[in-house]
Design a protein around this ligand. Sequence first.
Ligand code: UT7
Length: 344
Amino acid sequence: MTADGPPTTAPADRAAVLCGLGHWLPPTVVTNEELSSRLDTSEEWIRSRTGISTRHLAGPNTATSDLAVEAGARALKSAGGGEVQALVLATTTPDHPCPATAPDVAARLGMTGIAAFDVSAVCTGFLYGLATAAGLIAAGTAERVLLIAAETFSTLLDPQDRTTVPIFGDGAGAVVLRRGSAEEPGAIGPVVLGSDGGRRELIAVDAGGSRRRADGPADTAPDGYFRMRGREVFRQAVERMGEASRSAVAAAGWSLETVDRLVAHQANARITSFVASELDIPTARCVHNIGRVGNTAAASIPLLLSQAAQDGTLTPGHRVLMTAFGGGLTWGATTLVWPGPDLG
Ligand code: UT7
């Protein structure tokens, strides 16, 4: 406390603590068999190469904000209501190029007036958002933050592209973070983040931004679609999530043997297995939902947390390691001890 200014608080008392959790999936479920009937692929190829059996897809009248509002409302309810001073939305698929989608989501949740903005880090978006939200709390800008990660990734895909359509699904997950102590369960550990723009070509949508304009002469339909160099991305994902996980565990003062649950971005079941093996984390400690929802990009980790809390895969006291990798390239990892039973 200063003599004549406002009270100052030690950083340890301005940690971000998880206190609310929710998710939402659009109701339409598409099976591998359905995709195989219109694409040059097979149920067996998709399941064996990715671990995916079904995914949820948003219909033509559903935008990212619609999923975000549903997930955000559930997270706020799980947190017992109350005010938040900021809404951070992690997404690769905003409703519009301008403005950001977060202010609209905040207004529809009845929170006009609060800080609201988007974070764009593709599949690492939730972890970038987590670091941002924790920073808002540490800086004194907010006491409580709603962080939503929502995607309608299907809107980026070439419907004829068998290399991307089977992989991605739509969905949203959300968390509420409150100011608390770094020592209490639910406190977000140090967040390790990284990027490599030199490899941006591995995951990209070429057209529609300022470099290649949507109405410019170079624009052709395929350039507006998402593309990915899968095999190289796979290799980078395993390497980067492994490295980031080691750094986050060390920064938290943990050791890898004490990790109870690995919550890795659900890109491919084989990628999660390789990361776990690289870290010597037993397969039984890996949390999965990719079989049911596919790769939901930024939404992947909070969606998985929310479902795992509901089905009892995550229980109070579990030491949880989260890691993600995505376009940019971007990657990250962080830790938390799973908080009380009233979440999810
Ligand atoms: O979310 C973060 C970023 N994303 C990721 O981390 C995803 C990382 N990458 C992957 O998960 C995998 O690379 C994929 C699932 C995308 C692809 O699996 P793969 O085992 O790496 O396959 P591949 O790209 O090396 O292709 C192997 C073969 C190719 O045929 P040829 O050239 O060997 O004759 C592909 O044309 O499989 C073919 N193929 C398919 N065949 C049937 C590719 N997609 C399909 C398909 N059905 N859907």
